[in-house]
Each structure stands twice: as structure tokens, then as C-alpha cells.
Design a protein around this ligand. Structure first.
Ligand code: HEC
Length: 166
């Protein structure tokens, strides 16, 4: 084999290895939906008894912890930075209208409803008609603190997007 051919074989081999590597990364990004626990040790404990409204609303540390937890658990389907790519519902729509409300009590009630809904789906997931999970259940892995931290993050993202839209 002459030098030139050797090199072109090398180039083809390299290109293939790169492509396979990229395919593997792609598969991982969408395929790994195993729930990962979230380390909430830096946040005030909420306890075993579930509270009805997110105790971390507006807590910046919780937003950071939640962002990390979101990235590892939810982004694959609900989109990076909670910008839905259309695979799964847009989580920013959950509180979009609440956050625009001017009445304080009305807004608090609206957010509380969204908390309950978010918690319900996150803990239990959702199954489609033939019983397969389309949205995984995180109940076995997430603590109450983990659920509220992720919700604090998606709410904070919603506030950001609402501001941008004005
Ligand atoms: C494997 C993909 C997948 C992952 C991972 C995933 N979801 Fe979902 N999620 C879905 C799908 C699909 C639906 C819509 C289910 C339906 O209504 O049939 C959904 C629905 C929801 C809903 C209801 C939204 C609405 O508008 O009704 C919430 C809340 C939610 N997911 C939160 C989360 C959170 C929080 C995480 C991470 C902890 C997460 N999801 C991870 C696929 C996923």
C-alpha cells in the first residue's frame, strides 16, 4: 500500500470512529432517563410531611440546585434550560399565567395549584394507553426537597422568559 492510500484509510477510519462516538453521545443524551437523586443538602430541610406550596419559591440557592437536578433528569425530554423542543410539554407554560397575575392572593393560589400538579406528575410519571411510561416516575428517587428545587428552577426560568416577552 502506498503512503497516500494508507493516509486515506486512516482518515476514513478516523471519521468513522468520530461518527460512532457522536452517535453514542446522541443516544446517551436522549436514551438515559434513569432518575438521578439530587443533592439538596445545601438547602433548608422541609421534612417528610409534604407541604402544599413550594417552600423554596424565590430561593436562589434552590434555583441553582434545581437547575442542576433538572439538567440531569428532565432536560433530555423537556429541553435544555427548560426550552421545550417539542418532545415533551413546555414546562414554562405551567406557571406562565400565574406569574403574570397582579392580584397577590390570586397569584399565590395559582402557583400553589401548579405546585400540586408538578409534584403529582414528577412523583408518579405518566403512562400511555399501553401502560408504558412516557414520563418517568421520580417518586422513588426524589425527596420533597428535590421536587421543590426543580420547581423553583422552572418557575425562575418562567419569570425570565416572561420578562423577555415584555
Ligand atoms: C423520557 C422523557 C421525559 C423525562 C426524562 C421527563 N419527562 Fe416530564 N413529561 C414527558 C412527557 C412525554 C410528558 C407528557 C405526558 C402526557 O401528558 O401524556 C411529560 C409531562 C410532564 C409534566 C406535565 C406537563 C403538562 O403541561 O401537563 C410535568 C410537570 C413534567 N413532565 C415534569 C418533569 C420533570 C420535573 C422531569 C425531571 C425530573 C421530567 N418531567 C422528566 C416526558 C419526560
Amino acid at each position: 500500500m502506498n503512503e497516500a492510500r494508507k493516509h486515506s484509510h486512516l482518515a476514513v477510519g478516523l471519521a468513522m470512529a468520530l461518527t460512532l462516538g457522536l452517535v453514542a453521545i446522541e443516544a446517551q443524551a436522549h436514551g438515559d432517563v434513569t432518575p438521578h437523586p439530587i443533592d439538596t443538602s445545601s438547602l433548608p430541610a422541609v421534612g417528610k410531611e409534604w407541604v402544599e406550596a413550594n417552600p423554596y419559591r424565590g430561593n436562589e440557592k434552590a434555583v441553582k440546585v434545581g437547575a442542576e437536578g433538572y439538567l440531569h433528569n428532565c432536560a433530555g425530554c423537556h429541553g435544555l434550560n427548560a426550552n421545550s423542543g417539542g418532545v415533551a410539554p413546555d414546562l414554562l407554560l405551567l406557571t406562565k399565567d400565574c406569574l403574570d397575575m397582579t392580584g397577590k392572593d390570586q397569584q399565590a393560589a395559582c402557583l400553589k395549584d401548579s405546585d400540586a400538579y408538578f409534584k403529582e406528575i414528577t412523583l408518579n410519571g405518566k403512562k400511555n394507553g399501553d401502560g408504558r411510561y412516557v414520563m418517568p416516575a421520580y417518586g422513588g428517587v426524589f425527596t420533597q426537597e428535590a421536587v421543590w428545587a426543580v420547581k423553583a428552577y422552572t418557575d425562575a426560568r418562567t419569570v425570565e422568559e416572561n420578562k423577555k416577552a415584555k
